[in-house]
Design a protein around this ligand. Sequence first.
Ligand code: PAF
Length: 279
Amino acid sequence: MKIITTIEELRSQLRGQLRTAFVATMGNLHDGHLSLMKLAQKHGDPVVASIFVNRIQFGPNEDFDQYPRTFRADVEKLEKEGVYVLFAPTEKDMYPEPQEFRVQPPENLGDILEGRFRPGFFNGVTTVVLKLLSCVSPKVAIFGKKDYQQLMIVRNMCRQFALPTEIIAAETFRAEDGLALSSRNAYLSPAERGGAPFLYRTLQHVADQVRDGYPDIFKLEKHAMDKLSKQGWLPDYVSIRKRINLQPPTAGDIAENTPLVVLAAARLGTTRLIDNLEI
Ligand code: PAF
């Protein structure tokens, strides 16, 4: 595997490649990331991965400094997956001057759910993703459904800017007890890790009730938040949305079986976890 740090070298290494499959990460790779690499192998060649902890998507009180950085172990894992190029720029390589031009996602998608609790988050994500796509020029890029809103925003961005990259969704990779894998799981104490699958179980319960035809989605959301609180979580939201645009469904949407997704974010101790489940 070639490890490349500068945009110039990356461009010259990938020149002429027409079927590149790309996976963007912030490192601290787990089996969820590796499942994205495996899906990338199926959709293109060569596979290019990036590791870059993107400061501009972190809020001032978020975990940029603590974010787990495990570069050596990450390199070994990517080598085993047959990744051809790892792009691992420093902040100076990626942002040699202050990144004043930014992508501004539309409010109806970027300022709801995660965007409401993490102002500026999707501006930072889409800005770095656009820049990475411009450097790698992939035919396909793989994004996980674990970050459901991010996937949808990136996909819409690529469509509206007519980027020549197809965005492919990968299923969420879960531990045996149901917890969605995430780098932030590393912050959980053993006791918290034991309780963490409760978030997924709560989503499953909500999804079952919607499928059973329970009509009052606001009640379902509130009940789920109350249950999380009773178990010691601090929920930001549990929200049933339409898959197509992440807007709340109307009674008519529910009656017509419009495809839905339930999304949640909640804090367990100091760790903020997110998860979702398609209904
Ligand atoms: O999902 C992530 O790890 C990040 O948001 C991404 C897409 C790599 C952009 O920094």
